[in-house]
Design a protein. Structure first.
Length: 85
């Protein structure tokens, strides 16, 4: 299972805006993608579950799933400052 660890780049962490962007991207894949932080896991297609992780800027999170392309896309989004723009 492809897995990668990344650092949260959004200034306010994985709150509503970044979580929504990530969930929207994850929904286009026909596979499960998980985001793990501090012993908890969240379905990457659920903005509410992503926010519930409580991952702040600079937190180390792990992204995993069966599709390497999906994992790479979600990981890349997490590393960006999705609050900018």
């Amino acid at each position: 299972m492809p897995t990668t660890t990344v650092i949260v780049g959004s200034a306010e962490g994985l709150h509503a805006r970044p979580a929504g962007i990530i969930a929207e991207a994850a929904e286009k894949y026909d596979t499960d993608i998980e985001i793990a932080f501090d012993g908890e896991e969240a379905d990457a297609a659920s903005a509410m579950l992503i926010m519930a992780l409580g991952a702040e800027k600079g937190a180390e999170v792990t992204v995993s799933g069966d599709d390497a392309t999906a994992v790479a896309e979600i990981a890349a989004l997490i590393e960006q400052d999705l609050d900018a723009g």
